[in-house]
Design a protein around this ligand. Structure first.
Ligand code: HEM
Length: 73
């Protein structure tokens, strides 16, 4: 089954993540995350984001597959 933003991706972003990144983009907005998907993948892959709390490999993998599947809503 295709990975969806609402079901699989949005829950990866905590309220803290969403609040702290609002100065730049809304991590709970499908349009914002789709538009910045490559940059977000970059930042969670190299552990730069979220600061001090890097994503486990399985979370990064889900995000990567969401992009490969064409960023389904
Ligand atoms: C395009 C991708 C991103 C860019 C360019 C970016 C950039 C930044 C910058 C410049 C800051 C403020 C300075 C800093 O604390 O380093 C920040 C803070 C933060 N970002 Fe991101 N970010 C991105 C994606 C994300 C993602 C995907 C998450 C969560 C999964 C995230 C979570 C956070 C959090 C929690 C903070 C606050 C850190 C703190 O104040 O302790 N960011 N980000």
């Amino acid at each position: 089954m295709a990975i969806s933003f609402a079901k699989d991706i949005k829950p990866l972003f905590t309220p803290t993540d969403q609040t702290h990144m609002e100065f730049m983009l809304d991590l709970w907005s499908y349009d914002d995350v789709k538009e910045n998907a490559e940059g977000i993948l970059d930042s969670v892959s190299n552990g730069r984001m979220p600061p001090d709390n890097p994503w486990a490999a399985d979370k990064v993998d889900i995000f990567k597959r969401w992009i490969q599947d064409g960023c389904q809503p």
